[in-house]
Structures are given as structure tokens and as C-alpha cells.
Design a protein around this ligand. Structure first.
Ligand code: NAD
Ligand code: IPM
Ligand code: MN
Length: 363
């Protein structure tokens, strides 16, 4: 299969550390399965600001256009926090690349790892068997609406962030939610704040229309505050959740606690088959440069890339099995360490998964 052109964007903080391990795992997979990956490296975020003065150089966008998929570490950090917002790593880098490639659907699976059932602060019987697919709208809403500071008629300082969605923007992501639910357990929950927000009522109207095309999908609505509570009270009630940008951002970090650590959750940001793949966590400045970040979220993101952009579902499964095998053997980075398990570095974790792929035997 292939050759596949992958644009690799390490970014900032722990980004380069975790990306190195994901690339290592992909190379091992390529060797094992006879797949050629051509990795090209690009700049984004603070790293790009330092080198070129801008958080998303044109060259990075061009490289992206020439590739089959993008694999990204994380961006941001205290060094760039006081720059004007538009040229900060988050807005000018990450949000911009999402917008440039119109990556409107952010798939964030929240899964239960039996090996880690005691790593979560939640009781094992609560998280056992959790398998949720959160679909976060990624290129609209508050993140991309007009923002401005102004002075009121009374001379007071004031601010506006605009939550804007067009019909098409809502329709395409909700439709994907139905499609995905159909292929899973047939349950879709639209999470919103329709008791307050006009935008949420708009989402519901559109969803009611689309629902008619998917009679086999059981649709329900839930307010986001209740959802935040239900997620840790009874997470097994959820199959596919679809929600707007900001709610999805917040709920997926919460979802990470079900899995055991934010260092475990991968994501795919899709526009059809093309996608950008990144862990849901950030650049973790508090542990950057110490070789102790958990690379599994990024490794699993590479797995999602194989599944969604490269038509390699079996290879994706192989990565997931290798990760499971390493966890089963008791190896843990610091974020999921428990009594009786063995602490490994970020690099060692990548080595272990790669070795598992090269040497492991799976049915
Ligand atoms: P964060 O996700 O970077 O870190 C939150 C906490 O989780 C920290 O204690 C961190 O050490 C820990 N953590 C995160 N990833 C980990 C991993 N792989 N292994 C072990 N522990 C891990 O969120 P934050 O601290 O709010 O933000 C830090 C910076 O990252 C900010 O500049 C923020 O804007 C940026 N950020 C970027 C992205 C992205 O690039 N997609 C996402 C979120 C935050
Ligand atoms: C994420 C991050 C980003 C977001 C930030 C860094 C802009 O938190 O990918 O979840 O809010 O989308
Ligand atoms: Mn986030």
C-alpha cells in the first residue's frame, strides 16, 4: 500500500517528543506491512513563530495540500502567550490550519482500557465498557465568530465573542453524526444549550429534519451541563455525541478522565477523507522536554489516520492491539502509573509499541 505522503507538524512543548514516537511506530508498521510512508516535516505554532515570524507559514499549508494526511503534536506555551491573539500559536496556527483545510468534523473517541480501569479516579464499575464517539464541530461557533473590544455609550470597556453557525455547517456535521451512529450502536445524542441559546435551537431544527433520513438511529437531546454530569455518572448511556465546537472541546477533556488520562485520547479532524490527526491534549509545558509525556494519544491518532485517510483499517487495528499489549504487560508513563506497573519514558513507550508491532503475534 501507499506510498503515503504524511505531513508531520511537531509543534511545541511535548509536541516534538510525542510526534517522534508516533513516527517511530508508523515506520515500524511500514516495515512490518510493506507500506511506504514519506514523512515531510513542517512548522506550526510557536516553533513556526520563532523560525519564520508567523504561526502558520504558507509553506506548511502548501505541504499539507500535497500530502495524504497531517499528523500534528500540539501547539502553544507560555513563551507565546502574550502575543496579539491572531498571531498566537492557537489562533493563528491551529485554528487557522483547521479552517484552511475546512476540517469541520473532529472525531474524538473516548474508550475504556480494561488494563487501566484503576487509573481513572472514577470507579471501575462506572467506566467499564465505555465506548463513546464524540463528534465535535471544529470550524465554526464561538471560536471563529467575530471578536471585538469596544467602549459602550456609557464609556465602559466591553467585549463580544460571536457564536455563529450557518445551516450548511450544522447540517454536514450532524449528518456525519447520524452516519457514524448507524455504523455503531445506533444512538445519537445532540448536546447543546437549547434552553438558552438560539444557536442550539437552530441545531435542533436542522437535526429534526436530518433525522427523517435515518429512521434506524435513535436520536436524543441533552443539555450540555447535564451531559457533563452524565458523562461521569453513567457514561455507558452514550454512543455518538455530536456537539458544537466549544462544548466539544470541554466535554472531550472530561471524557479523557474516563479513559484514564488525557495522554490517551486521539482525534481525527476531517473533511471527507482528508484529515489532520492529533492528540486531544495540549503542549503540556509543565512536563515538556523531560521525556515523560504519554505518547499513546498521538500513536493512536496515527492509527486513526490509517483508518480514516489511508484506507488501512487492519493496520489501524494493529496499532491499537500493540498499544493494548504494551499496557497489558504493565508498562506505564507517569500519568497512568499505578502500584505494580513499570514506569517508562515517552521514548521507551514508543519503542515498546514499535517492538510489539514488529515482533508481536496477533490473530
Ligand atoms: P494540556 O493538555 O497541555 O495539559 C493539561 C495537563 O495534562 C497538564 O498537567 C499536562 O502535563 C497533562 N498532559 C497533557 N498531555 C499529556 C501527555 N501526553 N502525557 C502526560 N500528561 C499530559 O493543557 P493546558 O495546560 O491547558 O495547555 C497547555 C498549552 O497547550 C497551552 O498553550 C494551550 O493553549 C495549548 N493547547 C494546545 C492544544 C493543541 O495543540 N491541540 C490543545 C490544548 C491545549
Ligand atoms: C484542542 C485545543 C484547542 C481547541 C486550542 C489549543 C485552541 O484545546 O484541540 O482541544 O480549543 O480546539
Ligand atoms: Mn481542548
Amino acid at each position: 500500500k501507499g506510498p503515503f505522503k504524511i505531513l508531520v507538524l511537531p509543534g511545541d512543548g511535548i509536541g516534538p517528543e510525542i510526534i517522534k514516537e508516533a513516527v517511530k511506530v508508523l515506520k515500524a508498521l511500514g516495515e512490518k506491512k510493506g507500506i511506504t510512508f514519506n514523512f515531510q516535516y513542517g512548522l506550526i505554532g510557536g516553533a513556526a513563530i520563532d523560525e519564520t515570524g508567523v504561526p502558520l507559514p504558507e509553506e506548511t499549508v502548501e505541504l499539507g495540500k500535497q500530502s495524504d494526511a497531517i499528523l500534528l503534536g500540539a501547539v502553544g506555551g507560555p513563551k507565546w502567550d502574550n502575543l496579539p491573539p491572531e498571531i498566537r500559536p492557537e489562533l493563528g496556527g491551529l485554528l487557522k490550519i483547521r479552517k484552511v483545510f475546512d476540517l469541520y468534523a473532529n472525531l474524538r473517541p473516548v474508550m475504556f482500557f480494561p488494563e487501566l480501569k484503576n487509573a481513572s479516579p472514577l470507579k471501575p464499575e462506572i467506566i467499564e465498557g465505555v465506548d463513546i464517539l464524540m463528534v465535535r464541530e471544529l470550524t465554526g461557533g464561538l471560536y471563529f465568530g467575530e471578536k471585538k473590544r469596544f467602549t459602550t455609550e456609557q464609556g465602559e470597556q466591553a467585549v463580544i465573542d460571536t457564536l455563529i453557525y450557518t445551516e450548511k455547517e450544522v447540517e454536514r456535521v450532524v449528518r456525519l453524526g447520524f452516519e457514524l451512529a448507524q455504523k455503531r450502536r445506533g444512538k445519537l445524542t445532540l448536546v447543546d444549550k437549547a434552553n438558552v441559546l438560539e444557536s442550539s435551537r437552530f441545531w435542533r431544527e436542522i437535526t429534526e429534519e436530518i433525522k427523517k433520513e435515518y429512521p434506524d438511529v435513535e436520536l436524543s437531546y441533552m443539555y450540555v451541563d447535564n451531559c457533563a454530569m452524565q458523562l461521569i455518572r453513567n457514561p455507558r448511556q452514550f454512543d455518538v455525541i455530536v456537539t458544537e465546537n466549544m462544548f466539544g472541546d470541554i466535554l472531550t477533556d472530561e471524557g479523557a478522565v474516563l479513559a484514564g488520562s488525557i495522554g490517551l485520547l486521539p482525534s481525527a479532524s476531517l473533511n471527507g477523507k482528508f484529515g489532520l490527526y492529533e492528540p486531544i491534549h495540549g503542549s503540556a509545558p509543565d512536563i515538556a522536554g523531560q521525556n515523560k509525556a504519554n505518547p499513546l494519544a498521538t500513536i493512536l491518532s496515527a492509527g486513526m489516520m490509517l483508518r480514516y485517510s489511508l484506507d488501512c483499517p487492519e493496520e489501524a487495528l494493529l496499532i491499537e492491539k500493540a498499544v493494548k499489549a504494551v499496557l497489558q504487560k504493565g508498562y506505564r508513563t507517569g500519568d497512568i502509573l499505578e502500584p505494580g506497573t513499570a514506569l517508562v519514558t515517552c521514548e521507551e513507550m514508543g519503542d515498546l509499541v514499535a517492538e510489539e508491532i514488529l515482533g508481536g503475534v496477533y490473530d
